[in-house]
Design a protein around this ligand. Sequence first.
Ligand code: TRP
Length: 351
Amino acid sequence: MSKEIVLSGIRATGNLHLGNYFGALSKFVRMQGDYDSMFFIADLHALTTATDPDLLHANVKNIIAEYLAAGLDPEKATIFVQSDVPEISEMYLLLNMHVGIGELMRTASFKDKARKQLGIKSEGDDIEKEIIGNDSNKRVSAGLLTYPTLMAVDILIQKANKVPVGKDQEQHLELTRRFARRFNSFYGVDLFPEPTNFDFGGAPVKVPGLDGSGKMGKSEGNCIYLIDDEKTLRKKVMRAVTDEGPKTPNQPVSQPVENLFTLLQLTSAPEIVQQYRDAYADCSIRYGDLKKQLAEDILKITLPIRERILDLRNDDATIARIVKQGAEKARERAAKTLAEVRHIMGIRPFA
Ligand code: TRP
């Protein structure tokens, strides 16, 4: 029996941080040998919001280097750039014929981004009216609206079964299933499998940021990046938000301090985590020591990755070779699916 197809993509914006690493990348690395795995850089999706062409190109290269540096292996997984597979763009046009603008406009991610672009603050405001109104300074692109169609095509063109993505992508995956069902039933075919989210069997990891609040995230400004140098990283960790320390034995742990424990748990040995938990419980803990330990253990993971990222960034030939090989593999399956879709929809040769 052939292996199940696992596929996931990441938008080419900025550098990868510890949240990306523990939430996605390290899991991709663990699963790459067990499935028919495909991991790609979604540069066309980045175009829905990115504007600077040089920056986009640099970001694509960056993320490839970061994927490889973190342990993705082109011999085990297909690693490719979305725009290197032109079949995706053609099928995006075809699938759009079966997608309603209403369902796209109701998508949460579209509403969020459109609201931002239009400068609308409140959730209640009527964005449809703003969108179809004709203020020439404000424009929401058709590309942003059809983001879910493009994502569905990424998945369906490879006939992927399992799509490891975070919670924020669940709605896009639901639309993908709906489009697959709709296509199959409209044409009376059984072409597309319905893909499901894939959390690798383990509990989902939530990687907290350093600012005492919630999740680590680029827009939050609370990130540790894989590319951070030693000095930057230590400084960030030493400045992480804490509290004034436990006053009574076994007192409940505040959110900012719990966040540091969570990070320590992800990066340190269990005995070390226990040692600091015990020190908290008997009020002997010194946050400075905890942070030094944490920085040390994070560096053990990130510094070797950083070295490899820097090497790869200077090695255009290797990057070019890997994405070429990935594109060939990705195009093979994509071309087959596209030919089926064209035929099913009635786009057929005469000869
Ligand atoms: N939309 C995804 C994100 O922002 C990236 C993405 C694009 C993707 N196409 C995909 C993820 C296909 C999984 C499968 O994170």
